[in-house]
Write a protein that binds this ligand. Structure first.
Ligand code: FA5
Length: 322
């Protein structure tokens, strides 16, 4: 075997048994580098008789190409199988802990609320956070400059838009393009200019439901809220107390008895005839009930969470508990 063939043979077997890309890089230097073994062969050319030089040169160049091709092929094989990486994985190491992911308690509550109201025949609709002043107040029968609006002042976007203070604003929107009978539910964020404490946020969530049909009575309202409370909290006592909201008559606040005390969930009542009229619905023919409940209250009560701000701070130590 000539020296050229010998060198090619050695290089081929070394390349074939190379176990990593790094090893392959070294072999490339060893054989094809400036001082590499194949390159060195060319230097012998001067010592050959002139008539042999061309043929020898061609053989060495062919050898170089052959070794380079073998390296390229091996490089691809190693890259594909990633055996160089695999060789560095220690399969005896303990596995990395993947954090357990659960749903946020508010997300879970929203789903529960939706399930209950869908089960009671309500249709869930979306309604915007940036609301028109007229839907947030005017269509809900607030007389201009009524002091009840001061309790619900919020963040104005411009003269006609604000961040809604109550999801009840959905009523005017729905009345625009639907005719009774209807049973509608919406859940979303509300915003108020509020002194923030453990039970009051400037941002919080409400669920509002209303039904308009022939012969809807206060009994339907009480039955619906009673059933909701039963499904959400289990066996509970409920309480209705007279309360004022401009958009209902009569109006009530709704509470459940929890651990021996009354816990207010929200407001409720029979939709005021003015609200129906503004929505193009004849109050002589149709009646309706409406209620709006605070969402955070529910998981606070059920899970013993004593500060509503925890839902929004989203600290890992808080969320890990669910
Ligand atoms: C309302 O917002 C009325 N829209 C409810 C209503 C709807 C009455 C339909 C009649 C018919 P109120 O301001 O009381 O009412 O809020 C209802 C509930 O939202 C409260 O009981 C409370 O659970 C929750 N809530 C109100 N303000 C905050 C706040 N700043 N932080 C957390 N929860 C709040």
């Amino acid at each position: 075997m000539s020296q050229v063939e010998n060198t090619v043979e050695q290089a081929r077997s070394a390349v074939a048994s190379a176990g990593s890309l790094k090893e392959l890089d070294q072999l490339e230097i060893q054989y094809l580098g400036r001082k590499g073994e194949v390159t060195q062969l060319l230097k012998q050319i001067g010592s050959l008789p002139p008539e042999d030089r061309a043929a020898f040169g061609q053989r060495v160049n062919a050898a170089k190409a052959e070794v380079a091709a073998a390296m390229e092929q091996r490089r691809e094989e190693l890259g594909a199988s990633q055996s160089s990486v695999a060789a560095e994985i220690d399969v005896t190491l303990p596995g990395r802990l993947v954090p357990r992911v659960t749903r946020h308690p508010l997300t879970e509550t929203i789903q529960e609320i939706k399930d209950i109201f869908i089960g009671l025949g309500f249709e869930v609709v979306e309604s915007p956070d940036i609301e028109e002043y007229r839907f947030n107040f005017g269509h809900l029968n607030y007389p201009p400059d009524h002091p009840a609006m001061d309790e619900q002042m919020s963040f104005f976007i411009d003269d006609e838009h604000l961040l809604r203070t109550q999801t009840t604003a959905v009523q005017g929107r729905v009345f625009q393009d639907r005719k009774p009978p209807m049973r509608i539910c919406t859940i979303g964020r509300c915003y108020r200019y509020e002194a923030v404490d453990a039970t009051h946020g400037h941002t919080f969530m409400q669920v509002d439901c209303f039904a308009v049909d022939r012969d809807i009575t206060l009994a339907d309202l009480k039955g619906t809220l009673g059933q909701f409370a039963h499904e959400m909290f289990g066996e509970v006592e409920t309480r209705f107390r007279r309360d004022f909201f401009p958009f209902v008559e009569p109006g009530a606040d709704f509470a459940v008895k929890w651990k021996g005390r009354w816990l207010e969930l929200g407001g409720a009542g029979m939709i005021h005839p003015n609200v129906l009229r503004m929505g193009g619905i004849d109050p002589e023919e149709w009646t309706g009930f409406a209620f709006g409940l605070g969402v955070e209250r529910m998981p606070m009560v059920k899970r013993g969470i004593n500060d509503l701000r925890l839902f929004y701070e989203n600290g890992a130590r808080f969320l890990r508990q669910f």
